[in-house]
Design a binder for this molecule. Structure first.
Ligand SMILES: [Ca+2]
Ligand SMILES: [Ca+2]
Ligand SMILES: [Ca+2]
Length: 153
């Protein structure tokens, strides 16, 4: 039974990986930002959760996210995910290297004025772009009613 489920999952992943990944990204977005649990993320909810996330990453509470804080918070979540994964140690190490490199690149993108730290304004701006990307029907909220764009991930 477990074996069959695994095979089915592998087949599904192979057949429709791009579409699944995209709708997964949207659904994760909704799950993480939907404060009142009605399945719809409003701009107000997004601002609240984005603010909470900023404060959670800002370990020394100086109002700016340093590279250590940003990458460190990401690494914490990544390690938890890897610990729960059933991949081989070799695959996990590959994934770790790849993900950490991406986190490094993301920090550089978020720190748009290259000051070495992410300000609340820079963080809010990147969040806003994410919101707009997911709000594909442009009604000002993100929900399951938003068709998943083929090129998002
Ligand atoms: Ca909501
Ligand atoms: Ca800080
Ligand atoms: Ca929408």
């Amino acid at each position: 039974m477990i074996r069959n489920t695994l095979i089915l999952a592998a087949v599904l992943a192979a057949v429709s990986a791009p579409a699944l990944a995209a709708s997964h990204a949207r659904d994760t977005f909704i799950k993480e930002q939907d404060v009142n649990g009605d399945g719809v993320v409003t701009k107000e909810e997004f601002v609240i959760t984005r603010d909470q996330l900023f404060k959670a990453i800002d370990a020394d509470k100086n109002g700016v996210l340093s590279k250590e804080e940003y990458v460190g918070e990401f690494k914490g979540r990544l390690e938890k995910r890897l610990a729960a994964s059933t991949e081989t140690a070799e695959k996990k190490e590959e994934e770790r290297v790849r993900q950490m490199r991406q986190a490094d690149v993301r920090f550089g993108v978020l720190d748009s004025d290259k000051s070495g730290g992410i300000t609340p304004a820079e963080f809010a701006y990147s969040g806003w772009r994410m919101f707009v990307t997911h709000d594909t029907n442009k009604d000002g909220t993100v929900s399951a009613a938003d068709p998943v764009a083929a090129d998002t991930n």
